[in-house]
Design a binder for this molecule. Structure first.
Ligand code: FAD
Ligand code: DLZ
Ligand code: SF4
Length: 507
């Protein structure tokens, strides 16, 4: 007999470890362990989601006839690490081998390879592109641009394809998307699931054990099993998808979710599969219930971006998270952990993150990510923050988004230019600037928006590197054309803000 390892983000009936197993003799091992619950200080809602979904999946497997050995975090014999639990279960059962599906983080892959019990790692085939598929696509290309990878995924899956051509004639309808938000747009947001007995038990455990981690545990509403995840998906397809494209980049105070699907948590944990989600969205367009710009934009996120970042993570190897192409070394400011700030946009995104363990893409990229990049924060610290605070964060998906797309620390592998902007972008896409102590229209001097000052300071600091980047050259030229006195004022004002951040003063 063998042990079949199922990790907290592998909660799928179709998991390769399970489909390879022999239900009559093999034993499934699942384990809540401190090593996984504390390698970063995860948001309490993330830990609660993981444990609740694991317990429900274990019960589902037992109901299907599997023998399951499940370790709860507070079991007295729990060794508190995955390899430790494999060793313990091996000696209990006499198993001679462990079958596991490849984990989504190099850290845990290394731990399984070093485990004294032999572990056979299988491919994680819950993704559309295997490592070999991605590497075959990437091989010999000068630049790994997502858009071309995405077209291959469209052809491979047949999603939004008509007789070999992209539906509607174009591959990408982003020119119709990403509108600034008009006043009064609203959608009630994702379905909320009241805690059942299993979830409540986990909430009590997490409240007792992880009370000092950043993040609110109360008002827990996440879907924690497949039926709930499917219900949430259907709810969004009906009410959110039609306007998803139009307001994908909008940010409105008090509206944490806008028209976003809010499915990354159950999707990354395995409660939904990417193909079923994308197919469900396509069906809405084919039935005339959602426009093509919205459906194409959504499908691109799932079969394009999501698969692409995974390909990058595994192709680039374990040292990817340590990259720092721009040589940034500032400590992450305390305001990321909820310390007071006068910047309304930052307070809104950090506050929402603390409450929900969720922020949508543009909040992550153009507010918290943008500020960290402009301020020159050490990308490894930015990476640790994102990995900890979002309930959908596992390194395979978080690292390329943070280290690559958001912090440009991989030197431009994922992003063709750094995602930096002044306050003008935030003002166009949100209502935050209206109530801010800073004035987004003021570029220097008292009351100047910090994003404005830090933007030009960033361009000045990295002018040499970016002057030859076709998408940044114009901005660098604008900096060089600026009057020297104005340049000096910007740099002095920016240095003052950065010094105050370093001293922990309220900015
Ligand atoms: P929607 O906006 O409704 O999009 C639908 C789905 O598309 C998402 O659920 C997700 O599965 C997929 N998707 C969209 N964009 C991306 C992307 N860039 N990469 C991968 N998948 C994508 N996503 C994570 O799942 N985990 C992370 O840890 C994570 N960290 C991020 C960090 C930064 C700095 C940035 C800029 C983006 C990050 N993303 C991450 C991508 C994206 O922000 C989230 O997937 C999305 O906000 C999840 O919310 P949603 O389900 O409402 O997404
Ligand atoms: C995120 C997480 C947490 C908080 N706890 C556990 C756990 O106790 N047991 C487990 O099997 N998995 C957990 N996970 C998910 C793993 O950390 C995840 O499988 C790896 O990071 C690889 O993606
Ligand atoms: Fe953010 Fe600047 Fe707008 Fe204030 S003025 S909300 S700091 S962009």
């Amino acid at each position: 007999m063998r042990l079949i390892l199922v990790l907290g983000d592998q909660l799928s009936d179709s998991l390769s470890a399970l489909t390879t197993a022999d239900q009559s003799s093999d034993v499934v091992v699942m384990a809540e362990v401190m090593a996984e619950a504390s390698y970063v200080r995860h948001h309490p809602k993330k830990i609660a989601f993981t444990f609740a979904a694991m317990r429900k999946f274990a019960a589902r497997l037992a109901g299907q006839g599997w023998q399951v050995r499940y370790s709860r975090l507070d079991d007295p014999d729990n060794t508190q690490s995955i390899p430790g639990e494999l060793i313990r279960r091996t000696s209990e059962t006499g198993a001679h081998e462990v079958i596991a599906t490849e984990p989504g983080e190099w850290r845990l892959i290394a731990a399984l390879r070093d485990c004294p019990v032999p572990v056979r790692l299988l491919q994680d085939d819950r993704f559309i592109a295997s490592h070999a598929d991605f590497n075959a696509w990437a091989e010999g290309r000068k630049a790994l641009r997502m858009e071309y990878f995405y077209r291959e995924m469209r052809q491979r899956t047949g999603l939004l394809m008509d007789a070999g051509r992209p539906a509607g004639g174009e591959w990408n309808y982003d020119s119709e998307n990403r509108k600034p938000p008009p006043g009064g747009i609203t959608w009630p947001g994702p379905m909320r699931f009241a805690p059942d007995e299993t979830v409540q038990e986990v909430l009590d455990l997490v409240a007792a054990r992880f009370a000092s981690n950043f993040g609110r545990l109360d008002d827990f509403w996440f879907p924690t099993d497949r039926d709930q995840a499917l219900a949430q998906l259907r709810h969004w397809l009906k009410g959110g998808l039609p306007l998803f494209g139009d307001y994908q980049d909008a940010m409105l105070s008090g509206q944490d979710f806008l028209y976003h699907a809010v499915i990354s948590v159950p999707l990354n944990a395995g409660l939904l599969t990417p193909l079923e989600v994308a197919q469900a969205a396509e069906a809405e367009w084919r039935a005339g219930r959602a426009p093509l710009n919205a459906v194409e934009g959504f499908i691109r996120q799932i079969i394009g971006w999501r698969e692409y970042v995974r390909g990058i993570y595994f192709r680039e190897g374990p040292d990817y998270t340590a990259r720092n192409a721009l040589g940034h070394h500032r400590a992450l400011p305390q305001l990321y952990w909820g310390a007071p700030t006068k910047m309304v946009c930052m307070a809104a995104v950090v506050g929402q993150t603390r409450d929900q363990a969720y922020a949508h893409h543009i909040q992550r990229l153009m507010v918290t990510g943008n500020f960290a990049l402009l301020a020159g924060v050490d990308p490894a610290q930015v990476h640790d923050w994102y990995l900890a605070v979002y309930a959908d964060a596992y390194e395979w998906v978080e690292a390329p988004n943070v280290v690559g797309m958001s912090q440009f620390a991989d030197g431009g592998l994922v992003a063709s230019k750094p995602y930096v902007s002044s306050g003008a972008y935030i003002n166009r896409m949100s209502d935050h600037c209206r109530g801010c102590a800073y004035d987004v229209a003021v570029k220097t001097g008292p009351g100047a928006c910090p994003f404005n000052l830090l933007y030009w300071d960033f361009v000045a600091r990295h002018a040499e590197r970016f002057q030859s980047n076709p998408r940044m050259a114009q901005t660098v030229r604008s900096w060089h054309r600026m009057a020297p006195e104005r340049q000096a004022t910007i740099r002095t004002d920016a240095a003052a803000i950065l010094a105050r951040l370093d001293l922990g003063e309220v900015v």
